[in-house]
Design a protein around this ligand. Structure first.
Ligand SMILES: *Cc1c(COP(=O)(O)O)cnc(C)c1O
Length: 374
């Protein structure tokens, strides 16, 4: 069994993917060009947003968004404490201050209540100017954007949606990656929509930011690549990845997203009375980047991990450490007592295999192993 079965997916899509790759090889257009442009159009129309700018990975996508807003030294950016390192890393990388915020214990997404407290604290300290909220669509479920939008308006902050795990999700039928002033995603192979290497994208309805991000992504270009009007980066998606993503986006919207939701529902019915299953909010739709259960304590989790390992069933702990405890942030002034929920999640969470090609038999064997070792 695989945690995310990319081989099964390739077997299924092999002919179309091989054809797509051959077309790029024959074209001689490897970076940028018509394959990338077509993909950007397809992605923008899938999400329902005016502009899609592809780039080298999801981390760069976040950084490009912050650069477009001119965020830097002296600015505070609010980031959930329970997320992948990138979300906080990019903030520090451009010289701003990541202020970590505890998460909601049901959805694991940034808590609006704690966010508002942290914004007020930061204002009171007066050392950093609140500028941006980064919300993460953790494990495939969108954050609480109606609450977040109100806070962003009240304190005059930009809202950045880190949808690296959120592609395919929705709230009341409106697609994830359309909720931020700028939204970003990652096409790392294990994400809901993945390529065969690194890739990422930025989405926005704003024409000016679209233009600035396209410039920053190609060495701060002006009229062309050799006219450089700002200090930028080299962050582009290549044509091979774009052609692969075109095939995978079709499969994703045709049936993969339905299939992965079927798998999650099957887990739910099997596990709901035994462990704490993931809670998807009413009128929210998840793309199930992860299926994560909560156990009683660290000991129970260890016992289950050992049992799963014995059966050859892969499992992961997302995430082991709160962001504020990462060594890279150790010189900061974070208070451990501000992060009760995140700390508890790190001790009790466990992610199980989930993907569109997972069979009912596989799910049954994962669940039986868990239930018998509780
Ligand atoms: C994977 C991930 C990223 C970074 O994406 P890369 O393409 O690996 O750079 C950023 N944020 C979150 C929440 C992620 O899960």
């Amino acid at each position: 069994m695989y945690f995310r079965d990319l081989k099964a997916q390739y077997n299924y899509l092999q002919q179309d993917i091989d054809n797509a790759i051959s077309q790029v090889l024959a074209s001689g257009d490897f970076v940028g060009g018509p394959f990338v442009e077509e993909l950007e159009e397809n992605l923008a129309s899938y999400i329902g947003v005016k502009h899609c700018i592809t780039c080298a990975n999801g981390t760069d996508a976040l950084q490009l968004a912050l650069m477009a807003w001119g965020v830097g030294k002296g600015d505070a950016v609010f980031v959930p404490d329970f997320t992948f390192f990138s979300t906080g890393e990019v903030v520090a990388a451009i010289g701003a201050k990541p202020v970590f915020v505890d998460v909601d214990k049901q959805t694991f997404n940034i808590s609006c209540k704690n966010l508002e407290e942290m914004i007020r604290n930061t204002q009171a300290k007066g050392k950093w100017k609140p500028q941006v909220i980064i919300a993460v669509d953790l494990f495939g479920q969108a954050a609480d954007y109606s609450g977040l939008r109100k806070i962003a308006q009240k304190y005059n902050l930009y809202l950045l949606e880190d949808g690296a795990q959120g592609f395919g999700g929705a709230i009341k039928g409106k697609k994830s990656l359309s909720f931020g002033d700028i939204s970003t995603t990652s096409f790392y192979p294990a994400k809901p929509l993945g390529c065969y290497g690194d890739g990422g994208a930025v989405f926005t309805n704003n024409d000016k930011w679209n233009e600035i991000i396209r410039s920053y992504a190609v060495h701060g270009k002006g009229l062309h690549k050799y006219d450089n009007i700002r200090i930028g980066m080299n962050s582009r998606l290549d044509a091979l990845q774009a052609s692969i993503l075109k095939v995978k986006l079709q499969a994703f919207s045709d049936y993969e997203l339905d299939k992965v939701n079927e798998a999650a529902n099957y887990y739910n019915t099997y596990l709901c009375e035994k462990v704490k299953i993931p809670k998807i909010e009413k009128e929210f739709y998840s793309s199930w980047a992860q299926y994560s259960i909560l156990l009683k304590d660290n000991l129970e989790r260890e016992r289950i991990q050992n049992a799963l390992k014995k059966e050859g069933i892969p499992n992961m702990i997302y995430y082991m450490k709160p962001m504020h405890e990462q060594t890279a942030f150790k010189d900061n002034d974070y208070l451990d007592t501000d992060y009760h929920v995140t700390k508890r999640l790190c001790e009790t969470i466990l992610s199980l295999p989930i993907h569109p090609y997972l069979t009912k038999e596989d799910i049954e064997s994962v669940c039986e192993t868990i239930v018998t070792s509780l």
